[in-house]
Design a binder for this molecule. Sequence first.
Ligand code: NAP
Length: 243
Amino acid sequence: MKNVLITGASRGIGAQTARLFAEKGYNVFINYNLSPDAAGKLCSELTDKGLSAAIIKADVSDPDQVRSMFAEINELCSGIDILINNAGIAQTKLFTDITDDDWNRMLSVNLSSAFFCCRSALPYMINKKWGRIINISSMWGQVGGSCEVHYSAAKAGIIGLTKALAMEEGLSGITVNCIAPGVIRTDMTSHLSNEDFSALKEETPTGTIGTPGDIAGAALFFAAESSAFITGQVLGVNGGFVV
Ligand code: NAP
């Protein structure tokens, strides 16, 4: 059974990805930071069905906590086969209002976290000559979002990390890919009004708003054995909003 670590899996896209991977027979580690109850409830939902899941706390923007998380995981299983760097935060602010703290927090949660987790996950994957790293970016990392310069910069950084790491790890049987979601209904977009959602739907070729399941399905695709020849790619899952 392959072991999957999904960062930021207590809620939203990460939680739905944990559900899908568990249902498909993977052993799932649900990372959380500030939502222990939600993570615990999700874990019980899965284990009550006889599926394989465990929760693991870490603020993934903190390198020491990431090291401890991997040490804990390595006591529970042989190592992580599939790493999904999903944890993220967003903030809408005029560029001129972004403080040093806003900038540093955005970059550390959305980008440095992926560096810390890849660094800890790779030795096992390299040794096994098999691995999958799936990074969650955003369409705003592809085209830039107004009033989200720090978020867009972090998400563009995720795309750069993905492409460069894919070059380095190909011969080790490890693929590194990226998903760039469009607008997805989660807590992250709960500040948007019904009017906002209607306007976004009108701008989207499919005429719909995305669901966490749409992103989970893309992650499952990249994780598959049959996706071994796909690496360094950015898959837009956005209803055609950005092409
Ligand atoms: P969400 O509903 O707000 O959930 C965010 C998740 O990230 C939570 O599980 C949260 O865990 C976790 N998290 C935040 N900071 C963390 C930290 N320092 N350490 C560990 N976990 C942390 O967001 P979402 O919409 O599911 O977003 C998931 C990913 O998709 C993010 O990277 C986001 O940027 C990206 N994305 C989302 C959309 C969208 O429209 N929703 C679009 C494009 C990209 P705790 O609550 O336990 O702290």
